[in-house]
Design a protein. Sequence first.
Length: 205
Amino acid sequence: MRSTGRRKKSASPVTANVRRRKQSRPTMRRPSASLEPFTQLHLSVLSGWLRWPHVAPWYPAPEDNIAWAADPPEGGSQSLIACDSRPVGYIRWQIVDRETLDSVGLNDIPTNAVDVDLLLGEPEYLGKGLGPAALELLLGHLRANAALPLIGLTTSVENARAHRAFEKAGFRVARQYTPAGFGPCYLFVRPLHHERIPDREEAGA
């Protein structure tokens, strides 16, 4: 019996091959970041990270950073940055009082701002979004405290990799300044509870 319908057009070999490649392409899974407890057992790991070529230029006094990690000052806390449970970096934060802010010329930054510092120590985990992911996790933790107005990160004006990571996490440059021993730096900030940065009177300074 003769069909009166249109014949179905068969796919060309090229089209069929492209379709098969698209269907068989594996889905790339983004690394999963978490913040894990930092203990005295991790001091040697941090010491090694601070001496890696991609880290050392931005940490001219590694011994001071190890001393901070061994005995955090009042208002200071720290965590390991882990990727799929593997330690790959370090993040620390400290609530900063008015006297300290004024001593470094940050008179426009409100009292109780949180100073944050982070590094990714394992080179193979650079460029995978783990820095911004760690900052988002910390933001979620700190927002529980309504007395903290914003987060600030200080980094060299030459540290382009850090600039991109901070901007990806929603931070913006508030100003340039020169803290002792570090040369020209940018101060990146992100409010914790408002779209704009509160002034000193609003923050209770």
